[in-house]
Design a protein around this ligand. Structure first.
Ligand code: SF4
Ligand code: ZN
Length: 728
């Protein structure tokens, strides 16, 4: 690590301590590793103390240390020490209370690691004082939550942290692609962010490749893992035993350390081990099974780490000229980078999955009708249809939309390919870069066949794909697609809670939030927004012992609140007694539990008359005095919290949305962009309940962000919730 760069970046002067922290050694045995960690730890604490006292003079000792957009204070201190908020005076006290590092046992090593973690957390937080710009560093809670379901179902099997430096450009490129193709989240610290930028590797939240920075910024990799436990596991602050136990299981973290090891990173290595990470290094370090492994070939490091940490990669490789994996799902392709584009209501496009007879499906065949990509000029707007035909003895109509809905993520996983929408309102972009690498329309078919087989292989035994870029040929197939959509819509209309016998459980999130169960009903999508009733039903058919089981609605207790004896009984056993009752349509009486991946939080207002809605893309203050992140922190982890609940976006516009408390009439506030997003459907509901101007009575952040403001607004517009019984 470059000393000058550290001094510049952290505003610290040349000192013995800094030299000691950055000192490196070759051929490290156990005693040396321990004493390096102790050295690193001691000296980084001295540096931290100095920075705290300087900052106190400048900002005042009662200045609170915090990171942008998190509900977990300084996460490592919050989680391991149970300190929820720390000001500069508190930081000085904490640093003074830490033991002087020793180097005679592994316990000493862990103690050095722990102290280093706290010192680093404090140093990093100081760099955020008076500077909250977007930059390398802390990874906000919302990024973690966005990973939610993929983390839970292990599409993202773990995280790779790159630490150190000195890797050739080719090897670096290989390592990054390797971890991305395995679906791992990658975090770059040490010299890696700079090296990656120099190699033109795309960094950022949309690539699942996060540059946290050099020096003490490695702490941001650790506090990312910690927050996964706090967010999804509901581990309370300061509960060290539960935290350790949780981290032993997940998230599964691999540290790839390259180049000469310095004392700071030696101490960080112990901190990482404390969090059950496995370290793979190209240095001569002592090997400890499952903990430290030496691997001199850079190209083998990621795979070695995955094996050492016991990570199972679910993603099977597809033969494509571009990268493929969840790392590319959030990738955005801007207009100037587009090679061809289809749909988006500017050119005709549609996608369809349909069943055919055995003879009609030639398994694995991709047909292109029309021109291939290189016949089009850069920037072309083209027509496109993607049709997948399947056959399977157990295939049936209800599965068609379920499989078709997966087109979206399947296509988005490809690097340089972007997909939005569905059916005949879909929208596709293929980037110039992807085209240059050799991506063709036929590859779209290849991807779809591969993914349909991978995910639905139990029911679908033959799959073929047809990609059409010829307008005439496309028009010939369009009526078939439209008929199919119409038929599905008819069936969906008949899908009402009151008309089905079974709801479904979803326990997928129990791996993260042990007590959590979603109950998925026709009129209530799972709180992650990704699992609807048809999905749950299909998944139950595919794997009867999987996370989705039917829940018979036997013996109604209270129809209005949505309580059934049959469901209560099953909930009781599935939650191992943790939850006794569930009222499907109530926010106040035995509401559904919340894991960590909810799209939106419904929360009771201070005056108990109404509710606000807040989604994870809104990070500012809400009128109930909490931001999304702190609200999420207090309701997540599988708890039942009357008055507060995580929900999927679609549920808001369902007739059953907190219907026991009056439904959408209760909504008094939501962020503007959420209102715009669900506006059309919400307006329909407002009309249906006979309050067509309700939308205009729902406030947003441009009107107020506090409780008094909201009360005044409600009085001013005579909000219907004011005429209802208080919630409590
Ligand atoms: Fe998790 Fe609920 Fe979504 Fe299932 S439906 S994945 S339990 S949030
Ligand atoms: Zn969840």
């Amino acid at each position: 690590m470059n000393k000058r760069a550290v001094m510049g970046r952290y505003g610290i002067a040349e000192s013995e301590e800094l030299d000691a922290v950055l000192k490196t050694y070759p051929n490290i045995d156990v005693p040396l590793l321990l004493s390096m960690a102790a050295e690193g730890s001691y000296n980084i604490m001295v540096i931290a103390k100095k920075m705290v006292s300087d900052a106190s003079l400048k900002y005042g000792g009662d200045t609170v240390l915090s990171y942008p957009e998190t509900g977990y204070g300084l996460p490592s201190i919050y989680a391991w020490k149970g300190i929820e908020s720390l000001d500069l005076d508190g930081a000085a006290e904490l640093l003074d209370s830490l033991p002087r590092p020793a180097a005679s046992s592994l316990e000493d090593g862990f103690s050095s690691g722990e102290s280093t973690m706290y010192a680093a957390e404090i140093i990093e937080a100081i760099t955020y004082l008076g500077d909250n710009k977007e930059r390398d560093g802390f990874i906000p809670d919302r990024v973690l939550r966005k990973l939610g379901l993929s983390f839970v179902d292990e599409t993202i099997p773990g995280a790779v942290v790159f630490l150190g430096g000195e890797v050739s450009e080719d090897d670096l490129d290989f390592m990054v692609r390797n971890s991305q193709s395995k679906g791992m989240v990658a975090i770059a610290s040490g010299d890696y962010p700079d090296m990656m930028r120099r190699s033109n590797i795309s960094l950022g939240f949309d690539r699942m490749l996060y540059p946290v920075g050099m020096f003490t910024a490695t702490i941001h990799a650790i506090n990312f893992a910690i927050r996964a436990a706090l967010t999804f596991g509901g581990v309370p602050a300061g509960d060290r035993t539960r935290l350790s136990k949780y981290l032993a299981k997940r998230p599964k973290v691999v540290i790839i350390q390259t180049g000469p090891l310095n004392c700071l990173d030696a101490a960080f290595a112990f901190a990482a081990l404390m969090h059950s990470a496995s370290i793979v290094t190209d240095q001569d370090l002592p090997e400890i099974p499952k903990k430290i492994k030496v691997c001199k070939n850079h190209r083998d490091m990621v795979q070695t780490g995955i094996e050492e940490r016991g990570i199972t990669v679910k993603l099977e490789p597809i033969d494509l000229p571009v990268g493929y994996g969840p790392s590319f799902e959030g990738e955005i392709i801007r207009k100037p980078d587009v090679y061809v584009e289809a749909g988006g209501s500017r050119s005709p496009a549609f996608e369809l999955l349909t069943s055919k007879s055995e003879k009609e499906v030639d398994d694995g065949k991709v047909t292109l009708v029309g021109n291939e990509i290189d016949s089009f000029e850069s920037g072309s707007l083209i027509p496109i249809a993607m049709i997948v035909e399947v056959y399977g003895k157990d295939m049936h109509d209800d599965l068609e939309p379920v499989i078709e809905r997966r087109f979206h993520s399947s296509i988005n996983f490809a690097e340089g390919v972007w997909h939005a929408g569905q059916r005949n309102t879909n929208w596709i972009r293929i980037s110039k870069k992807a085209k240059d690498r050799g991506f063709e329309f036929k590859d779209l078919g290849k991807i779809l066949i591969h993914k349909v087989r991978e995910e639905f292989g139990q029911v679908v035994t033959r799959v073929q794909a047809t990609i059409i870029t010829d307008k005439k040929a496309m028009d010939e197939r369009l009526p078939e697609a439209l008929r199919s959509y119409e038929k599905r819509d008819e069936r969906m209309k008949g899908l009402k809670d009151d008309l089905v016998d079974d709801f479904y459980t979803c326990t997928m999130c129990q791996s993260f939030a042990p007590g959590h169960i979603c109950i998925v009903a026709p009129e209530r999508v799972g709180l992650c927004g990704a699992i609807n009733w048809l999905d749950a039903k299909a998944s139950n058919e595919l794997s009867p012992n999987g996370p989705n089981k039917p829940l018979r609605k036997e013996n109604v207790v209270d129809l209005e609140k949505g309580e059934w004896e049959g469901i209560d009984r099953l909930i009781n056993t599935t939650s191992m007694g943790g939850i006794e009752r569930i009222c499907m349509y109530s926010l106040m009486d035995a509401p559904m539990t919340s894991c960590g991946c909810f799209e939106v939080i419904v929360g009771m207002t201070v005056d108990m008359q109404s509710v606000i809605l807040v989604d994870r893309d809104y990070s500012e203050m809400t009128p109930i005095g909490m931001r999304f992140s702190s609200l999420a922190g207090s309701i997540g982890g599988g708890r039942q919290t009357p008055g507060f609940m995580g929900v999927g976006k679609k549920y808001i516009t369902s007739e059953k949305f907190i219907s026991a408390e009056g439904g959408i009439r209760r909504i008094s506030w939501m962020p503007k962009h959420l209102k715009e997003m669900i506006g059309k459907d919400l307006q329909k509901r407002c009309d249906a309940i006979g309050i067509p101007d309700l939308m205009s009575k729902i406030a947003d952040e441009t009107i107020t962000k506090d409780a008094e403001g909201l009360m005044a607004w409600m009085a001013e517009v005579d909000h219907p919730a004011l005429h209802m019984k208080p919630l409590l």
